[in-house]
Design a protein. Structure first.
Length: 318
């Protein structure tokens, strides 16, 4: 058996692969062993100690006598020790005193799923969010230097190097779960406002201001709201009407409302015209029901005098 370059698979003489035989479920749930039974000095060492061959042999000498060679506990160990030690190894950049935490918390609090784990490689790594949340609850220090040896409050993530200024807005609005993509770790909302007060986003070109910004605002108001409040739009449009508001924009046959607001919605025209009576304010007479054929009385030959030709009266006349 040979260990692959990734350290995750064993290669046999024929090029086939098999997964590690070690399963936490068998030992924790099946045999009732505690973590400290296999991980020597788990309550004292700064880094979780990988199982030692002699520790496993205390139980497996008898069990392995009837097992196939590649299923014996010895197959889990090489010259450097436990082959799956990488599963619990922590980065040299991370400062985590395992023993200190193990004395205060149960293993399952930080390592959920141990009792059902059937493959040591499938264990979920600890998430930074879980650590910071716990530190907040326990009133422990939460500064970067608490858990990191080189990362501090002025450290720049690798993602901030190549064309970061151009694409940082997309990252900030994304739902990425990567720790380095969480802007709030280092930045406050005031950071964005202070920067964009001096430098506008790259897409705010002359064409954007003259023509495109209205379309963008209609599709993604949340994006605009990152910097702009409703009074920003009101103040500008009090002095300059939207480009679409030409001389023929109004009138009963005009299609001004259909360009953006079909079907009509409550947040349609009222976005700007808060004091103007809405089209929905004209109810049908009491003896009219939604199933009636309006054209029978209101437009037998010609289309009704509406921008949408009266195709759906119930849309505006409840």
């Amino acid at each position: 058996m040979l260990l692959s370059a990734s350290g995750c698979m064993l290669l046999d003489a024929f090029g086939g692969t098999r997964r590690y035989a070690f399963e936490h479920a068998t030992h924790v749930k099946g045999e009732g062993l505690s973590c400290a039974d296999c991980h020597d000095d788990a309550l004292a060492m700064d880094e979780l100690a990988a199982p030692r061959a002699e520790t496993c042999s205390s139980c497996h000498d008898a069990l392995d006598a009837q097992a196939e060679p590649d299923r014996r506990v010895a197959s889990l160990f090489g010259e450097s020790g436990f082959r799956a030690a990488h599963a619990s190894a922590q980065s040299a950049e991370v400062r985590f005193p395992h023993g200190l935490h193990a004395q205060r918390f149960t293993c399952a609090e930080c390592h959920p799923g141990l009792s059902s784990n059937e493959d040591v490689r499938a264990l979920e790594p600890m998430a930074m969010q879980a650590c910071t949340d716990c530190h907040a609850r326990e009133k422990a220090p939460n500064a970067c230097s608490t858990c990191h040896t080189t990362i501090d409050d002025v450290w720049t993530p690798p993602s901030h190097e190549t064309a970061w200024t151009a694409h940082h807005g997309l990252v900030a609005r994304s739902a990425s779960e990567r720790t380095a993509d969480r802007c709030s770790l280092c930045h406050q909302e005031s950071t964005c406002l202070a920067c964009h007060a001096d430098e506008q986003p790259k897409n705010h070109t002359l064409l954007f201001r003259e023509r495109a910004h209205g379309v963008v605002a209609a599709l993604d108001r949340q994006n605009c709201a990152a910097c702009h409040t409703p009074d920003t739009c009101d103040r500008c449009h009090r002095e300059e009407r939207p480009r679409s508001h030409t001389a023929s924009f109004g009138g009963s046959f005009a299609g001004h409302c259909l360009g953006c607001h079909l079907p009509l919605r409550e947040e349609g025209c009222v976005t700007c015209h808060k004091s103007t009576p809405g089209h929905r304010a004209t109810p049908k007479p009491d003896d009219h029901t939604p199933v009636m054929n309006c054209r029978q009385c209101h437009g037998i030959v010609a289309a009704l005098p509406h921008a949408d030709k009266g195709d759906d009266c119930n849309a505006c006349h409840p």
